[in-house]
Design a protein around this ligand. Structure first.
Ligand code: SF4
Ligand code: SF4
Ligand code: SF4
Length: 255
């Protein structure tokens, strides 16, 4: 008897497509995976989608244009399970930086003719459609993606362990950058990346989003009272991947 392979799609909205590159970087292991799954749509490796309906669709990027939003809703209708991949889809990502600026002024700064350009506020995928699972990161951790696919194929909905970046950072025996005076968000950010940034002497700026249940206000208070950072400094870091407005009801406009 032949068991039908689940069909997956990997699609992009507006983004740099770096998360798809991370998936391609699995190399032979991606090819091995095709023994267990059928890839119905993956624009980076094929021109035309092979399939119309999917068991799982992985969505990368931010829904920015009305065309993006219509595509996202259509994909949701054609897929049993929808998983976002990367900070753009999960948090709004880099594109969300303009939410904290005068977005019309920014548009005029970049483009001469602005009449035909849509310039909405940026929102993550979950603001438009039901999301079943979110793989965070900028880019995603390819090992985590592989694990998620294997779990889903086995009929298990994976749960990303809720441990902070500090956990992996300390396992790597790094010197703590926060204690050395650098603004590292590691204590409140979901680990699973292997702490590559603090391991390279660069503070974690939160591309994987906050740990579930984190009290952002308490963290902010500690950053200010214990380590001497200003709210403005913390806000600027939390804007980078679109985390700021997920945690504040009314994000301050920072000019
Ligand atoms: S999350 Fe990062 S790597 Fe992935 S598409 Fe967005 S900007 Fe690119
Ligand atoms: S450097 Fe950052 S991630 Fe590492 S232990 Fe210190 S606060 Fe945590
Ligand atoms: S250390 Fe922080 S910024 Fe770096 S990959 Fe991990 S979550 Fe992202």
């Amino acid at each position: 008897m032949t068991v039908k392979k689940p069909t997956i799609a990997i699609v992009s909205l507006t983004c740099c497509e770096g998360c798809q590159v991370a998936i391609l970087d699995l190399g032979e292991r991606l090819l091995e995976l095709t023994e267990k799954i059928k890839i119905g749509d993956f624009a980076m490796i094929e021109d035309e989608p092979e399939t119309k309906n999917f068991d799982v669709v992985f969505v990368e990027g931010t829904p920015i244009t009305s065309k993006n939003i219509a595509r996202l809703k259509d994909l949701r209708n054609r897929s049993k399970f929808l998983v976002t991949i990367g900070a753009c889809a999960y948090l709004g990502g880099i594109a969300e930086l303009k939410n904290y600026q005068d977005k019309n002024e920014r548009l005029r700064y970049v483009y001469k003719n602005v009449e035909s350009i849509e310039n909405p506020d940026i929102k993550p995928v979950k603001a438009y459609v039901k999301v079943d699972l979110e793989i965070p990161g900028c880019p995603i951790n390819k090992e985590e993606f592989l694990w998620v696919v294997k779990e889903l194929v086995a009929g298990v909905i994976p749960k990303i362990p809720q441990r902070p970046v500090c956990y992996e950072c300390q396992l790597r025996q790094n010197k703590c950058l926060l204690q050395a005076g650098l603004p590292c968000l590691g204590p409140m950010i979901l680990g699973g990346c292997g702490a590559p940034c603090p391991s390279s002497n660069y503070p974690c700026d939160g591309c994987r989003g906050p740990l579930r249940g984190t009290n952002i206000n308490n963290f902010n208070r500690s950053m200010q009272e214990l380590y001497g950072f200003s709210q403005h400094e913390i806000d600027l870091i939390m804007q980078r991947f679109g985390m700021l407005d997920d945690n504040y009801p009314q994000p301050p406009a920072i000019k």
